[in-house]
Design a protein around this ligand. Structure first.
Ligand SMILES: [Zn+2]
Length: 182
């Protein structure tokens, strides 16, 4: 951040505000404190019978690798609405019956992942602008070595394990950097 988003001043300093305990970016001109907090990633694990829908990324990072439809939550939407929107944007797919599946804190990139297990409403899907290809995979056909992010691998492993046991749970975990080193 180079300029104050409130008054446009370039007089930004890093300092701990009174009553706070962390350094913040503060505008010396208008005294606005610019907080910078973790981002929320919302997405779906869309299911059709014994298959899961994955998207092949058409964007960096991890271009060409497979992922679940997910992205940054937007202002004015719930986590569930965001997950459905991302599924529509990346896979042109409608989903229903959403249940929280993964709740991951990804500490080193300061993100929170909320992935919903959902039922695909129909076989009507197609690659959105951020996807090269969208397809349904059975467990044995999942491209395990070609998945974009460990949070996706973890979500899929948890899903198939739950499915085998006939009991779905909410999976809460902290993913450290180590978990991301392939
Ligand atoms: Zn300012």
């Amino acid at each position: 951040v180079k300029f104050c988003s409130d008054c446009g001043s370039a007089q930004l300093v890093q300092r701990i505000p009174d009553g706070d305990n962390r350094q913040r970016t503060i505008c010396e001109q208008c005294h606005t404190i610019h907080y910078d907090n973790p981002k929320v990633i919302v997405g779906c694990l869309p299911v059709w019978e014994d298959r899961v829908l994955l998207c092949k990324r058409a964007i960096e990072p991890r271009y060409g690798l497979w992922t679940l439809p997910a992205g940054f939550m937007e202002h004015g939407e719930s986590t569930e609405q965001g997950a459905m929107r991302e599924t529509w944007e990346e896979a042109q797919a409608k989903v229903e019956d959403l249940h929280v599946h993964s709740l991951f804190s990804v500490l080193h990139i300061t993100q929170v992942y909320i992935i919903y297990r959902a039922r695909l409403s129909s076989l009507d899907f197609a690659a959105g602008i951020e996807s090269l290809e969208v397809a349904l995979f059975k467990q044995q056909d999942i491209p395990w070595d070609g998945l974009a992010f460990p949070a996706i691998t973890q979500s899929l492993q948890d899903f198939f394990s739950d499915r085998e046991q006939g009991h779905y749970q909410v999976h809460v975990a902290d993913l450290a950097k180590r978990a991301f080193d392939h």
